[in-house]
Design a protein around this ligand. Structure first.
Ligand code: FMN
Length: 213
């Protein structure tokens, strides 16, 4: 394959700044404000976030998942409990969530520890999903090697027929809740002099510090 260079691909960030005196002292509230801005900006999948994990072998992995709920008790996403990410989290619950809202020149990274949600919580969300998505959860042994696409489609057809419109929660599927201990809010600014504010937990309170861009 030919080499491709992207070194000249650059643009200036001109957004308004992020100021210590203007941000909310509670990072969950600050996150909510930025999420609302992302929702209002009509960004596609504003709740898409990169989840980074480190497996038993000490190597990192990352993939996009959808944030489904957030609040003072944490950030929730749903997945297959036998997937690579779930196996990583079982071995090492430390993880990062990362949002990049390009249209707002913003990124947020959230570090914390993830735990499985209760079965009731997983079931409540699972049953709210469209029937086809629920069947797909049954059909996919997520992260495992399969021989062909037709194998997956055949399994989907079989399970759809078996369950009809009553598709229960599989034992191998559910949520994780990440409880944060650190947030970073990043706002792109002119001349690469970006704003970076980090909230870190100190006892019961959150400290805010500015990092050099
Ligand atoms: C926009 C987008 C949203 C996604 N949402 C989810 C999700 O909520 N849960 C999930 O398990 N996978 C989701 N995926 C697929 C994951 O990125 C990933 O391929 C899959 O979970 C397997 O990851 P793993 O093998 O590292 O466990 C999404 C992918 C994209 C691009």
């Amino acid at each position: 394959m030919d080499k491709h260079e992207l070194a000249d691909l650059r643009r200036d960030f001109s957004s308004v700044g992020l100021d210590e005196s203007a941000v909310d002292p509670d990072p969950f509230v600050q996150f909510g404000e930025w999420m609302n801005d992302a929702l209002a900006a009509d960004i596609r999948d504003p709740n898409a976030m990169t989840l980074a994990t480190v497996g038993e072998d000490g190597r990192p992995d990352a993939r996009v998942v959808l944030l489904k709920y957030y609040g003072p008790d944490g950030f929730l996403f749903f997945t297959n409990y036998e997937s690579k990410k779930a196996r990583d989290l079982a071995a090492n619950p430390h993880a990062m969530l990362h949002f990049f809202w390009r249209q707002l020149d913003r990124q947020v990274s959230i570090r914390g520890t993830a735990q499985k949600t209760s079965r009731e919580e997983s079931e409540k969300y699972f049953l709210s999903r469209p029937v086809a998505s629920r069947v797909a959860a049954w059909a996919s042994s997520q992260s495992r090697v399969i021989g062909s696409r037709s194998f997956l489609e055949e399994r989907f057809r079989e399970l759809k027929e078996k369950f009809g419109d009553k598709v229960p929660l599989p034992d191998f599927w559910g949520g994780f809740r990440l409880a944060p201990d650190r947030f970073e809010f990043w706002q792109g600014r002119q001349n690469r002099l970006h704003d970076r504010l980090v909230y870190s937990q100190n006892g019961g309170t959150w400290n805010i510090q500015r990092l050099s861009p």
